[in-house]
Write a protein that binds this ligand. Structure first.
Ligand code: GLU
Length: 592
């Protein structure tokens, strides 16, 4: 661990706040930080700017400096992107436990440079086999409210992240499986410094975390206060869990003692008990699926298809926007208006058609059909907001489903990694809300991903595509993305947390870089805008001019904090890597 901390000696964090906060988080002496480079343009208000980071051989961008360092260590000792992903994910589970881990689910988009294979892996949580359309209905017949279901056993889906890591590693990994567990095991045993974001997150979720004994004990001081910044936190239970998996593989989790304890922890945790069984755990399998790729201005935007709505909705936004001169408009209110209107249309289709395609018919091809998107683009007026958009009629659509919107919460983490061979990992990973279900077992938290299902089975006498069904996977918004140029070479890796606004964050970043010529750090930092077919959400720091122009075009605007965690790597034609880490979180880009 000490050697790890010593290696974190060349952060390039310019802003004084984050500079000092990160030193505290890592228990580093300030003088250990060197090598400061030029600043990226920074918005005027309140967040911590980060400099551009460049590299020539490899790079990792994750949500936490310790996890980034571990990934870089693996890459520098000849490990490939998949190896670095496994090691970093396990460390994130420890140092950013509120966002992702082996108790949750993930989607991976992977590019194998030598074989030129683009492969996606679906490690989404699944509903217990016994779940049915009335899963969230109380014995009284009333539906649980979303916030009532948010914590406790009923919210927990069968976890998929570990099986995804194992499947990807078996197919593409290089270093030994057990070796990749060692950094997280060492950190869990020796302790790590609680970061500002973790400390704040604990404070924000105290009420929920205190509901269940293991979390109540782990995340608070003896005086029952949230763990402060800089507190050295050890997690021997997690070290034990990881050692078991390192030495025996995931079967100890899916068909062994760890799984047994998960089920034990789930018993009696909510008004509606968990329906998960040993068979559900045994049956879990990550699924390799084809990537969904959508053309945009000569590029191909590739990502995760159903059960995620990520690639389809990002693809629709871009595919509709493509019919306008975004480049000519630039990042002006006019350009932003076009993307917002495209977004309304895409979210209307999402609400009607997108869900787990192993259970309901999803017109994947039709939704991104260029002719269809051109027709949808015809609904966009350059001067005026269209108000509520209606779902369209894409080729091959099953029109029996209702259009239905339901609440979604935010948690999650995104990792972007490029290795020396040019292999690429774009992994978005989650336990759904911050701290998931808040049920902790054996040192890790269990997800509350089941709340990504629609609680209602039907609306207006029509079935809802994303209703609960046994062994189905809840619809996700996660949008891990890799962009290819016309020659088929990868040029950009991107992804973010942020609930269904993930889709807007990723689409905006792609437009910023490909159309508006921004460098990655600037592209992730510009104020967010998002329309999920309702109000137009604008981030606090959006300029007065943009706000006023959008209002005068008829947008019903809502100014808010938009807590993304965009982690981006751009690959230039000469192979140079340029990283961008979201200034809204404590992530770090680092490479060599
Ligand atoms: N559970 C959400 C999803 O899969 C992600 C939550 C978040 O990113 O904050 O879409």
């Amino acid at each position: 661990m000490i050697s790890l901390l010593k290696k974190i000696d060349n952060f390039v964090l310019l802003n004084a706040n984050i500079f000092i906060m990160t030193c505290l988080a890592l228990a580093l002496p300030l003088k250990a930080i060197g090598n400061v480079t030029t600043a990226a343009p920074e918005p005027a208000t309140g967040w911590q700017g980060k400099p551009e980071v460049t590299a020539n051989q490899y790079m990792a961008v994750t949500a936490n400096p310790i996890a980034t360092q571990v990934a870089v260590d693996v890459l520098s000792t000849g490990g490939n992107a998949i190896d670095a992903m496994v090691a970093a994910q396990l460390v994130l589970n420890l140092v950013e436990p509120q966002s992702s881990g082996i108790g949750g689910g993930a989607f991976l988009v992977y590019w194998d440079a030598e074989k030129k294979i683009l492969q996606t892996f679906d490690g989404r949580e699944t509903a217990p086999a016994l779940a049915d359309e009335d899963y969230f209905r109380k014995p009284s017949g009333d539906l649980l409210k979303w916030w009532q279901a948010r914590i406790g056993g009923r919210a927990v889906g069968v976890p998929g992240t570990l099986d995804l890591l194992h499947m990807a590693h078996r197919q593409f990994g290089d270093h030994h499986w057990a070796e990749l567990f060692q950094p997280a095991i060492d950190l869990a045993r020796e302790g790590f410094s609680v970061s500002p974001r973790l400390s704040r997150s604990i404070a924000g979720a105290s009420k929920y975390l205190k509901t269940f004994p293991e979390a109540a004990e782990y995340f608070f001081t003896q005086a029952a206060e949230p763990l402060p910044v800089g507190y050295i936190l050890k997690n021997p239970a997690f070290a034990e869990t990881l050692s078991l998996i390192a030495n025996n593989g995931p079967s100890v989790f899916y068909d062994g003692p760890i799984g047994d304890k998960i089920l034990e922890s789930l018993s009696n945790t909510s008004e509606l008990p968990s329906l998960m069984t040993k068979d559900d755990l045994r049956a879990y399998q990550a699924i390799p699926r084809p990537a969904v790729c959508v053309p945009f201005k000569g590029f191909s935007i590739c990502g995760m298809g159903p059960p995620s709505s990520g690639a389809l909705t990002v693809g629709q936004i871009l595919g509709i926007s493509e019919h306008f001169d975004l480049q000519g408009m630039g990042p002006t209110p006019d350009g932003i208006h076009i993307v917002l209107e495209a977004s309304r249309l895409a979210f209307a289709d999402r609400a009607r058609f997108m869900a787990d395609s192993d259970f309901v018919s999803v017109p994947v091809e039709g939704l991104i059909n260029p002719e269809y998107l051109k027709k949808r683009a015809g609904l966009v007026k350059t001067e005026t907001a269209m108000g509520k958009a209606q779902a369209g009629n894409p080729p091959g659509a099953d029109l029996s489903h209702a259009t239905f919107y339901h609440p979604e919460s935010v948690g999650t983490s995104h990792l972007s990694i490029v290795d020396q061979q040019g292999n690429i990992v774009s992994l978005t990973t989650t336990i759904e809300s911050g701290f998931g279900s808040t049920i902790m077992t054996q040192g890790f938290l269990l997800n509350n991903e089941m709340t990504d299902f629609s609680f209602r089975k039907s609306a207006g006498n029509r079935p809802v595509a994303n209703r609960v069904e046994g062994s189905k996977r809840p619809r996700s918004s996660m949008a891990p993305t890799i962009v290819f140029n016309a020659d088929g070479d990868p040029v950009l890796v991107a992804g973010s947390p942020g609930g269904s606004r993930i889709i807007c964050y990723v689409a905006k970043t792609i437009v910023n870089i490909l159309e508006w010529n921004m460098r990655p750090q600037e592209a992730v930092s510009t104020p967010h805008f998002c329309n999920r077919n309702g109000k137009t959400d604008l981030e606090f720091q959006t300029s007065e001019t943009t706000r006023n122009v959008l209002i005068s075009s008829g947008h019903d605007i809502s100014i808010k904090e938009m807590n993304s965690g965009l982690h981006v790597i751009q690959i230039l034609p000469d192979g140079q890597l340029i990283g961008g880490a979201d200034p809204r979180r404590e992530g770090l880009a680092k490479g060599n």
